[in-house]
Ligand binder design. Sequence first.
Ligand code: ATP
Ligand code: MG
Length: 230
Amino acid sequence: ALGKVAGEVAFDDVSFSYDGRKPAVLDVSFTARPGETIALVGSTGSGKSTTLALLHRTFDPQSGRILIDGTDLRDVTLTSLRRAIGVVFQEPMLFARSIRENMQAGKPDATDAEIYAALERAQASDFIARQPEGLDTVVGERGRSLSGGERQRLSIARALLKDPPILILDEATSALDAATESKLQKALSEVMKGRTTFVIAHRLATIREAGRILVFNKGSIIEAGSFDEL
Ligand code: ATP
Ligand code: MG
């Protein structure tokens, strides 16, 4: 099992193919320092999501190694790996259960006070307050009774509760109005603080703030550097 994780993440010549022929990820190498924010950019199909799926061990690479704090992912239990990594996806996984239960998927013993504090930090407390039954409100299948921006902030709140050393973020592509955009930006800065963060970035503001940008093309990193360097 992984012990206490500082959050260094290293990809060492990692390659992966879904069909055994065309590589989705090809010879990817990089090292993220604990607490660093890394933005993944590149055209559709360039391998960004697959790279992060390998870190989360949705799949294992056919060659190369992925290490957390120097330990090969294949030598740790899935449970301890998933405990170390939080995920916020474009289409967040929300269950057809109460908001409280959805939040407790991040931290099973979370109290209402902890849940409210996380919702506040994720800029999600205003729309929760408008729900007829507060934390007991059942959000629909995949959270359909909430807007996309609300679902994403709920999922950020859940990641805050979980408090993992490593975070995977798949930023929403949808255009947001200025007020929602600014709330989301605040929530994202809050949840990225102090964690090694990998963000599939679509918004310029996110890319600019990242410590390092990895540019993907056909499964490989073709450029890497800070916003000013690229
Ligand atoms: P986008 O910006 O559209 O999300 P991406 O950079 O995340 O793209 P990936 O989803 O990682 O790209 O896709 C990399 C390659 O792997 C593409 O050629 C894609 O068609 C293929 N691919 C992705 N997911 C699967 C899958 N589940 N099964 C088979 N092939 C897949
Ligand atoms: Mg993707």
